[in-house]
Design a protein around this ligand. Structure first.
Ligand SMILES: [Cu+2]
Length: 134
C-alpha cells in the first residue's frame, strides 16, 4: 500500500514537469507582418513579374528597364514579391537568382540584404539527379 501511494505521488509530481517541457516546444516568435524572412528566387520587376514583356530583350535588360519606373521583384515559385529598397544591388542581379532577406508585408518585401544565389530554392524539388559522373 505504502509503495503504491508513493508511486502515485511520484507520478503526480512528474506530470507538471512533462507539461512544462511540452510548452518549450512552442515557437516563441510569431510569424506575421514584419517578420524577417529569407527568400530565394529570380530577380525580376514588379511590372513583369514572371514573364517579361519587352520583345528582343533579355530578362535582365527588361527588369532593369521596368524597374526604372517601378520596383524590382523577386519571383519565388508561383509568387512574385515586390522588393523595396537596395535597388543598386538588385540591379546587378537582375534576371539572375538571388537570396533576399527582409520583412514581409503582404506581397512586398522590405529588403534588408541581397545576395547572389546559384539556384532558386524550390521546396521539395531540389532532388539531385542520381550521381552520374561527368
Ligand atoms: Cu520587365
Amino acid at each position: 500500500m505504502n509503495i503504491r501511494n508513493l508511486a502515485k505521488l511520484a507520478l503526480v509530481m512528474l506530470l507538471p514537469v512533462v507539461v512544462a517541457h511540452a510548452d518549450d516546444k512552442k515557437p516563441t516568435a510569431k510569424a506575421g507582418a514584419g517578420a524577417t524572412k529569407s527568400f530565394t528566387g529570380q530577380v525580376s520587376d514588379s511590372m513583369c513579374g514572371k514573364s517579361h514583356m519587352m520583345p528582343g530583350k533579355s530578362a535582365a535588360e527588361c527588369a532593369k528597364e521596368c524597374a526604372k519606373d517601378g520596383d524590382y521583384a523577386l519571383v519565388v515559385g508561383a509568387k512574385v514579391y515586390t522588393l523595396k529598397g537596395h535597388k543598386d544591388e538588385l540591379e546587378k542581379l537582375a534576371g539572375e537568382n538571388a537570396t533576399v532577406t527582409g520583412s514581409v508585408k503582404g506581397d512586398t518585401i522590405e529588403v534588408a540584404t541581397v545576395a547572389a544565389a546559384k539556384a532558386p530554392a524550390s521546396k521539395g524539388t531540389m532532388a539531385k539527379p542520381t550521381g552520374k559522373k561527368m
